[in-house]
Design a protein around this ligand. Sequence first.
Ligand code: ASN
Ligand code: ZN
Length: 330
Amino acid sequence: EWQGIETGIGNTMYSGQVTLGTAPSYSLTDTTRGNHKTYNLNGGTSGTGTLFTNTTDTWGNGLASNKETAGADAHYGAALTWDYYKNVHGRSGIRGDGVGAYSRVHYGNAYVNAFWDDSCFCMTYGDGTSNTHPLTSIDVAAHEMTHGVTSNTAGLIYSGESGGLNEATSDIMAAAVEFYANNANDKGDYLVGEKIDIRGNGTPLRYMDKPSKDGSSKDSWYSGIGNIDVHYSSGPANHFFYLLSEGSGAKTINGVSYDSPTSDGLPVTGIGIDKARLIWFKALTTKFSSSTNYAGARTGAIAAATDLYGASSPEVAAVQDAFAAINVGA
Ligand code: ASN
Ligand code: ZN
C-alpha cells in the first residue's frame, strides 16, 4: 500500500538535528529509500520488536536515555548510506534492486557491538557500555550496511585474507559515507568508531592512516596475516585506501591529524577519496571474488583503475604505489 512521504526531524546523539524519511502519522519508515524501517528491540535479541511510531514527527532528544534517539541515529545512518550508494555508485540499495533493509536498535543489554545479518537482511545495534553509547554513529551504520553490499557482490569469505578485505571494505565505505554526509557534528575522517567511545577513553576503534595505532591491526601485508582476526587483517587494506586517497606523510583533514607511513619507505601521492572510492567499488563489484586475497585485491584494483582512468593514468600508478606501500607487490 502507498504509505505517503513525510520528512521528520531527528534529534540524534551523534549527528545533531537531521531530517528523517518517515511515513504518516508517524513511523520510522523511509518510503523514498526502499521502505527502510527502524525497529525498537527494547532489550530483546530476536525478531523485530516494534516499529518506531510517534504522534509527532520529531524523534529523539539527543540523549541515549530517550529510546527514540538511537532510532533516529540508525535511521539517518541508513539513509545516508542508501544515498551514498545511489548517488555516488549508481547502486539502488544493498542488493541493487531498490529494496531497503531494516535496522534494529536497543539489542540486548549494554551490548557493545553492531552487526549485519544476511538472513534477516538487517542491521542491529547494541546500546554500548552501560547502555550510554548506542553503536549508531554514521560510520558504524555504513560499515554494517556495507557488509550487506559485499555479501551481495564479491561475497568475500569472512576468514583469512578475504575476511580482512571484507572488513576493510566496510571501513573504507564507512569513511566514504562520512565524507559524503559532511555532517557538521561528524565530519569525514579516516577513523572508525570515533563517536561511540567503545574503548571508554575517547579513542577510535580503528585508524586507517596507521592501523597499528589501535595496538592490534597491521599496517602492512605479511605471509600469515590471514591467520589473525579479520578486524586486524583489514589493516593493510584500510591503510592502502588512506594512502590512495590522501598520500603518505603528515596531513590534517577536518581537524584530525594523520601521519601515514609506507612499508617500502617510498612516498605515495594521493588521488583523492572521490576517485579512490570509485576504484574500490568497481573492484569489489566487478573484479573481486569470494576468495580474493591481498595479491588478488591488487590485481583487481589495478584492473578497476585501468577501466576507469586508463592503463597509463596517474590513478593506476597511485594504486600500484599504495599497494607497494603495504608490502603487496607485483
Ligand atoms: N561489528 C562487527 C563487524 O561488523 C561484528 C562482527 O564482528 N561481525 O565487523
Ligand atoms: Zn565488520
